[in-house]
Design a protein around this ligand. Structure first.
Ligand code: AOF
Ligand code: ZN
Length: 358
């Protein structure tokens, strides 16, 4: 199951709106098939592994990191494929949260006389599938908030100079993280100040995450990196009511998708923003700032994981703070996270923190 889970993680960022599932088929102690959900979400993991195993699947055990599906979607149900292949036993990590499946995959297998065990490495599976579960249960994607800051928590000097705070190895790690998410998101201020391309580079990765920019008025440079590449790598612009029609047309002409969102005061409502992105199919969202967007996600309790890269330099109080005002009087209301991991990356420190769920 650990192997099935790790195979499943290979598809992360590429198979949304579907979950990224892994499957291992074992017979007499030997692995005879391995598969994971393919790009775009199909084929599912099980038919890939079954095709590898061929006739040898008869009487074998299939380890699947999620309940095999039972519904007729664009492909026939995986539970049916496992039955047809003559698998004797199915070991699954966790039940599917999709109402079309949820429990019915297991029921189909059991009715066919297959021995079914579930709940194996369920905690890890719940973390791996958190994006898919959040989308099906709450309508929003899993949100990772990443910040690269100085020792004193600043992301740029007063004049906006920010390149580069961390070193090349840490920045490479960021690219790998982008690749494991369905989309990378920034606020309009960051898009204007940094002119980022928000792509995955130098990793030999073909797949590119969607680029999401949150911009109430769509006042984004039409000559920048995002505009130049919008016809090839998706750009989604989340805007407020009544955007400037000329800007809207210009961005649509460049190939961007416009997503209208509700306001909360003067800003785009973070809750509605994430609902819109969930509806558009995203399961894992990587937010790279800026300070205002980060603060609005945190204030609405919408951040599931914090990823910090801290570098050994100080910028001082006039530098730009990584996170905007949260309006806290006491620490009781401060968003708190549990430490997941720390790592030294060539002179910078990576620290990951998870939402406290208990
Ligand atoms: C599996 N194995 O590898 C995946 C599953 O739109 P469809 O027809 O492709 O179905 C998508 C649903 O299938 C998705 O919501 C989830 O319930 C399940 N995903 N199931 O047996 C897989 N990716
Ligand atoms: Zn399936």
């Amino acid at each position: 199951m650990a192997l099935a889970l790790s195979l499943g993680r290979r598809g992360r960022g590429t198979c949304w709106p579907n979950p990224s599932v892994g499957c291992v088929i074992v017979r007499e102690g030997r692995i005879i098939g391995r598969g994971w959900t393919q790009s775009g979400g199909r084929p599912h993991a099980e038919p890939v592994a079954l095709a590898q195993a061929g006739e040898a699947a008869r009487g074998a055990t299939a380890y699947v990191s999620l309940e095999p599906c039972s519904h007729h979607g664009k492909t026939p149900p995986c539970a049916e494929a496992l039955i047809a292949a003559g698998v004797a036993r199915v070991v699954s990590a966790i039940e599917d949260s999709d109402p079309r499946v949820s429990g019915q995959g297991f029921a189909m297998l059991r009715e066919a006389g297959i021995d079914v065990t579930t709940g194996v490495l369920a905690a890890q599976a719940a973390r791996d599938h958190a994006g898919f579960f959040l989308k099906t249960e709450q309508g929003r994607p899993f949100v990772t908030l990443k910040l690269a800051s100085s020792f004193d928590g600043r992301i740029a000097t007063e004049t906006g100079h920010s390149q580069w705070i961390t070193g090349p190895k840490a920045r490479r790690a960021v690219h790998a993280m982008r690749a494991s998410h369905d989309a990378v998101m920034v606020g309009a201020g960051t898009a204007r100040a940094d002119d980022p391309s928000l792509t995955v580079r130098d990793l030999g990765v073909q797949h590119q995450p969607v680029r999401v920019v949150v911009s109430r008025h769509l006042d984004l440079p039409l000559m920048g990196q995002l505009a130049r590449t919008a016809s090839k790598i998706p750009v989604w612009l989340c805007h407020g009511p009544h955007p400037d029609p000329e800007r809207a047309r210009a961005w649509e002409g460049l190939g961007a998708r416009l997503i209208p969102c509700a306001l909360e005061g003067h800003h785009i409502d973070a809750v509605d923003l994430l609902q819109q992105l969930g509806q558009a199919g995203l399961t894992r969202l990587f937010c790279e700032g800026g300070a205002a967007l980060a603060a609005s996600l945190l204030a609405d309790d919408l951040v599931d994981e914090l990823v910090g890269f801290t570098a050994g330099l100080t910028i001082g109080a006039e530098g730009l703070s990584a996170i905007g005002a949260l309006g806290l009087d006491t620490l009781d209301a401060a968003p708190r996270f549990d430490l997941i991991e720390t790592r030294v990356i060539d002179g910078d420190i990576l620290h990951r923190w998870g939402r406290i769920t208990h």
